[in-house]
Ligand binder design. Sequence first.
Ligand code: TRP
Length: 448
Amino acid sequence: MKEKRAQFATRFGVIATTVGSAVGLGNIWGFPYKCGANGGGAFLVVYIICVAVIGIPVMCAEFAIGRGTHKNVRGALRQLHSSRLIHAFSYIGILASILILSFYAVVAGWTLEYLVEALAGQMTASPAADFSSHFGDTIASPLRAIGWTALFLVCNYFILRRGVKKGVERMSNIMMPILFFILIVFCVHSFFLPEVTKGLTFLFHPDFTKITPTVVLGAMGQAFFSLSLGLSCLLVYSSYFSDKENLIRSAGVITLLDTVVAVLAGVIIFPAVFSYGTNVAEGPKLVYEVFPAIFASMSIGWLWAVLFFLLLFFAALTSTISMSEISIAFLTEEWGLSRKRASFVNMVVAIALGSLCALSFGVLSDFTIFGKTIFELFEYVASNILLPLGGIAFAVLAGWGIDRRFVRDQLTNGGSTNKWLYPIVLFLMRFIAPVAILLVFLYVLGIL
Ligand code: TRP
């Protein structure tokens, strides 16, 4: 009855696929818009601290649990701990992954729309200001907004049906390095914009008076979101890792690459924001309003636009694939659904919820709960609350709840590597990460 689980074929594949999960709209769309709305440099500093002292240990915790058990999240938790409460936790992860997939698909849908517009040569033909109002009209139109979201989810579905190794690994191996390269080209372009100093000062010169509870919570949520943490996403991926993989080193490489991509996106966007007079605190639409202006000012801009949105589309896909893997692994391994059927269920639920998010920029824009539209609410609840809670759970489980030898064996490959790093990571995992997350929550609630 026990089927042999798939494994990644190469080490490069392991890194590329996990980076594929981490690098996505979170870096290129989420980071610049949140950094812009939350004080620039101050946000960046808090973000980097969160990545280092919370992100890395939580990632190591997920890796140790996933690779050590080679199971999906529920199976892994059941093997490691007998408490029902811990088992129930996997449902929160599945809920959060669906919430994220829903709003993520809306933004990914914008990417598809831009790709089509760029291919039709419309993006660089009209002045940037016209283009942003055109974009505003499109996302306000219910049918178009839902259509792009659904189209994206259908693409996601077709890739998922084909299985772990074939679909995912091959694609990330090609796309990730190209995306990286093209971002560097855009960075160089940004250095020649008139307001480059103003943009870079905004990003790299922190004004610490701007740090408020909202900024800190936003930065922590963004760190979790960008690194794909707290949902057991990396847990599921690492369950496909080979036993030879060095987990701490992989966590370091993935975190570094993910952070570099977010900072590159900032370096591209902020000089452009100030040069083209966009409002830095514009919110979720920021990046999508600035990019057309960048392309319009480049020679053969339409070609760059096509290339960029194509790559961004793939970056988004590798991320949504990883989110979907959580519910699919659960539906197939625990409920016995076929992979195809599980992928289908995942798609249908995401289209239903994603449509509500898509309408938040149009007909439902006045429908708010706690002052947030459905899109904003999903994003806030998932990134700022559920993911950090998941992070505490994984750090505490790996740091305190399970046999210490199990974790040590995983993080040191049976004592053969990471002799120095292991105690540091363990300390961060047991004491620093859970306490830091709790402190941020208390700070936001006004208790601290
Ligand atoms: N990290 C991805 C991004 O930055 C999004 C993502 C993929 C994610 N899988 C996840 C976020 C799991 C949270 C949990 O775009």
